[in-house]
Design a protein around this ligand. Sequence first.
Ligand code: ADP
Ligand code: MG
Length: 705
Amino acid sequence: MNDQSEIVELSIKGMDCADCARHIKDAIAAVPGVTEVEILLTAQKAVVRLDPTITGPGEIRRAVEGAGYSVVTPEAVSVQAPFLGQFTRHVLVLFGVVFGAVLFIVVIGEWFGLFEAVTRRLPWSVWLVFIFIGGYPVFTNVLRAAFRGRITSHTLMTIGVLAAVAVGEWAAAVIVVFFMRIGDYVETFTAERARRALKDLTAMAPQTARVERDDAEVDVPVAEVRVGETVIVRPGENIPVDGEVIGGQATVDQATITGESMPVEVGPGAKVFAATIARLGGLRIRALKVGSDTTFGKVIKLVEQAEANRGEVQRFADRFSGYYLPVVMGVAFLTYLLSRNPLATAAVLVVVCSCSFALATPLAMIASIGAGARRGLLIKGGKYLEALSRADVLLLDKTGTLTLGRPQITDIFPLEGFSADEVLTFAASAERYSEHPLAEAVREAAKAHNLPLGEPEGFTAVPGIGVRAWVNDRLIEVGSSRLISEAESLSPLAGLDAQGKTTLYVVCDGKPAGVLAASDTLRPEVPEALAEMGRLGVRRIELLTGDNERTAALLAESLGLQYRASLLPEDKIAVVKEYQAKGHVVVMVGDGVNDAPALAQADVGIAMGAAGSDVSIEAAHVALMREDWTLVPELFQIARRTMKVVRLNLAFTACYNLAGMSLAALGLLPLTLAAALQSLPDLGILVNSSRLLRRKTIWQSLKGS
Ligand code: ADP
Ligand code: MG
């Protein structure tokens, strides 16, 4: 990749169908200097990678406008949102009524020859005016596309209208125009509905913040809060930043981030997240992150961009919808050649004209991703839902993933020449800046013994092994048995392993100084969640850990799992690859920090407890915003349901269009009915996909929460 490249994001108005998206993509791709274009239909955005020395946002904007669409600023989009939502609701109601009525009239009319009767009464000029007024926006679109040498589904329908006019079927032509417009509304509504999940999410973003400036409290837009400022939050208000509580006490509803509806108590020192709500009590918060740097900001961004991570199914559908128009035209041409029936030909052109094939997959994916985000499941793309639905191997990390990740030092064994306090002081000083859960435990133990810590120099952490640092001119190493060759021969230790404790070796200037034992607790919801995974069709569940053999074996046996112990981070990657080479679809659950490489290698890498941890959010394909194992089977269930909906959407659209086209080609489908039926698949996939927006999953209902 060219390191000169820059990414530009544009919000585009009026991009509602797959046709439009394709046109915009082509228009942008044609700009010199553009290397990559992604169109996010649901976020109504184009993400463009370009070479800033050749081109810039201005040129991209002109290209989009040249294609007949307008670029809007993000603020304009969000201001528009509530209105659009209202608008589409009205359209749907109106549509239901009008659609029913007109369909009825069409069928009855066709039956009794009503159209011919009416056609004879009205002069053709009146019909022409109807057609022109009703079809004006469509015709201009078709012309604009034609000038660029492009054909859209509207082009086909327009040909259908012209065919009807040519044979004097004026009433039929008007009805086709009418349904063409209805079809557009349905399509807009469908795309709009897909965006709803996203909009529901962004609607929760805080707008203003009350900050302390020059001893006064001022309200400012959230974008203007600076890191380090003090923010005041009153009871019932939205917390505007990610920060640390410096005063006050409150219960905070963090459901927006974690999906957990049970509020948490916070007080000074606690971390709070933007877009969560303070209830019962006010807070003073020091802003640590603002705007798009906050966890909530990242979630929104990733959910928006999720559409770009297309899976196989969608790529297939995209490719297929590219062949769509030529195929329909071919069938229409054959129909005309064989039957010389212009109305049957027109019916072929009209009946299949809809975007449903292109919308079938993203609609379902985005619905699930949006609904997931509200439940504390950040899924970065349809690709991962697809993989999850096929996954058969689940690999688990131990420390911080299966266990609570809050180990405690239970025993201290000094070796010859060292005292217990010395060993603990060395260890805690060396671990001073390590983020590993075991380091935390060592520091806690030192604190409990009131031992003062030394300042480490030349600190290095070796993932999966331990840490090394100079403390008071001595080289201290703390870590796994890999640190010392004679580990096995150190006598008191066999007993510790047998208790399932993690052993930490402390080495001073290359000489074993002592051993610490730590025990961690299994997360209580793990056994049930793992049992559920088995029921969901995951064949093999395996524990991968850097911890020692005995500890791993005890835990794995108690859960009925396979295991591999004493693994380095690269060994974990190798295990993932090994399963992939055998054709398995591998899901790995880890803490996202020291397991990041293995998570990235897995088909789906899931990070536990990612809220507030940028590293985890970035490293994982799916980030669980709270540390709760019940989210894992829930995720699998969402994936399965989503793929079921996708498959049904695609099958329905394909069958519908095939049947419609065949009937039309055989002259069995009157043109008016063909026009009336063309937006039905859109509605079908909309209704079907909306099932995924339901708040509760089966898993939750079972738990009775
Ligand atoms: P897991 O795979 O169970 O999550 P890790 O890969 O994080 O475990 O670590 C494996 C082993 O390496 C630990 O059991 C411990 O013995 C040692 N280790 C890693 N980091 C540290 C550290 N900061 N301090 C002490 N020991 C460590
Ligand atoms: Mg770990």
